[in-house]
Each structure stands twice: as C-alpha cells, then as structure tokens.
Design a protein around this ligand. Structure first.
Ligand SMILES: Cc1cc2nc3c(=O)[nH]c(=O)nc-3n(C[C@H](O)[C@H](O)[C@H](O)COP(=O)(O)O)c2cc1C
Length: 257
C-alpha cells in the first residue's frame, strides 16, 4: 500500500479516538489567551448582490412526519429536471445551518449541533435550477438568512462533474450544497483537538439535509470524493484557511422508486 506522508494507520486511528484531549494544553488556546474569536460568518463586501430568503412563517413547503423522513431517507443520484422553489431552498438552508438564537458575538445556536458551539462551516451553493435565481455560486449568510452571489461560472454542470471525479449527478442537480470549513473557528477553543470534532460536526449538517429533502420530495447524496483543488477553486477559497470538506447535490426525485 502506498504510504501517504504524515498519515499512518496508527495516526489515523489515533485521530478517531479522544486521546488528544489528554495531550493538548488548553491553557494555551487562543480563547484561553483572551484572543477575540473569529467571525461567526464570513463578511461580505458592500457591493455584493444579496438575496433575502423567505422566513419560516411564510414557507409553502409540505410538512412531513419525522419518523417517515428517517425511515425513507436514502441517497439519491438521479434527479428530475424540476427546479427548487426559493421557499424550498430557504427551508434546506435553515435545516442545515439556520440560526435558532444569537447568544453573543462568539456563539449562535443553530438547527444542528456543533462542538463548543463553534460552527466552523460556510455553506456555498452551486445553483443550477432554483426559481428566480440566476445560475452561479452563492453563499448562505445564516445571521441574515440571505444568500450572497459569490461568482458567475460558465458551464457549471461540467465543472461540478469534474470537481467530483466524474460523478455526473452533481452536475445534474438543481443545487449542490458545498460546505467549506474555516478551521480557526474551532481551533480558537480546541487547538489540535479540533479536527475530529469538525468531521463529526459535518455529519450532522448533511444528515439534516437528507431529512429535509425527504419533506419536500427532493433527494440528496453525500459526497466526500471530490478533487480538492478544483472544488476550492470553484468557490475561490484559499485551500488553507478555508477549504471544501463535504458536498451534497440536491434535486427533485421521481415519486416512482
Ligand atoms: C461521508 C460520506 C461520504 C460519501 N461519499 C459519497 C460519494 O462521494 N459518492 C457517492 O455516490 N456516495 C457517497 N456517499 C453515499 C454512500 O455511498 C451511501 O450513504 C451508502 O451507499 C448507503 O446508502 P444510503 O445513503 O442510501 O443508505 C457518501 C456517504 C457518506 C456518509
């Protein structure tokens, strides 16, 4: 087996344990040293195109029994040509990263849990078919329940397919959720003990997307197999202080299974 620098079976398994908590000197973390926390949400420039999303009270989205959503959840890799409505997109974003309560500048409670309430993710959207929204790369602003246009992309479906090692269903989706991580948000509190909990945090986000999709007749499929460089370049993130960690294409699914 080819050896990958810095990773061995031993170090990989160590990562999955919680032994690191016994090793890290938490008195040396940025938080313990009184450094201000990184922003909860990446800032936007003043000339950005920002689209306010509909609030939960006005959504025309079907209600769904939780038990049935859990029982029927499955990975979908075939989508119809239908678009998502803006209400449906707002519902999916709220389900995955929506803010429940703002506690103070360092912490907001969301619809998903996060170790130490650090919420290290940004949610980008590669939009192909959402009613009333031009195709392009957008980013969710959880504090404002809005999306901001990040960039226009030519031939988005082909790029998404290439960025996911040829998984063409990513290009065929109505919208692909692409989560990046900003590690310093978690490192500020947990230093080297951050990495396992960041990975755990990501799972909660994607599972909520699966369940929310069930409610609106849509489907998704987690994607962890992607080309890191192409994915980071698609979003315009630097690959060091912010990089792609997970993806999930979403589209309407045929009722005939
Ligand atoms: C962390 C993770 C990464 C995954 N990555 C991919 C992927 O890159 N491509 C894909 O087609 N499915 C991917 N899947 C979906 C799994 O293949 C799928 O969950 C599994 O086959 C079980 O099917 P089910 O989700 O319908 O129960 C991933 C799932 C998880 C949880």
């Amino acid at each position: 087996m080819k050896r990958i620098p810095n990773i061995s079976t031993e170090s990989g398994r160590y990562f999955l344990t919680d032994r690191i908590r016994e090793e890290v000197d938490f008195r040396g973390t940025l938080q313990s040293r009184g450094v201000r926390p990184p922003p909860i949400q990446k800032p936007v420039s003043l000339d950005s195109t920002i689209i306010r999303l509909p609030d939960p009270e006005s959504w025309a989205v079907p209600q769904c029994e939780l038990q049935s959503a859990i029982a029927n959840r499955e990975s979908h890799r075939r989508f119809t040509a239908d678009s998502l409505s803006l209400d449906e997109l707002a519902f999916l974003l709220w389900s995955t990263q929506g803010v429940r309560e703002e506690l103070h500048e360092a912490a907001v409670l969301r619809t998903v849990p996060s170790a130490g309430c650090r919420h290290p993710f940004e949610t980008y959207l590669a939009i192909n078919r959402v009613e009333g929204i031009e195709s392009g790369i957008y980013r969710y602003l959880p504090l404002d329940h809005s999306i901001v246009l990040e960039r226009d992309i030519n031939n988005l479906p082909a790029y998404l397919t290439a960025a996911t090692h040829g998984q063409s269903f990513a290009g065929q989706a109505a919208v692909t959720f692409i989560w990046t991580v900003i590690p310093t948000r978690t490192e500020w509190r947990y230093a080297e003990a951050s990495y396992k909990v960041i990975a755990l945090d990501a799972g909660h986000v994607c599972q909520n997307l699966y369940l929310a999709c069930e409610a609106i007749g849509a489907g998704t499929c987690a994607i962890a197999a992607y080309n890191q460089t192409l994915a980071d370049d698609l979003l315009g993130v630097d690959g060091v202080d912010e990089f792609v960690i997970y993806m999930a294409p979403v589209g309407k699914v045929s009722k005939i299974r």
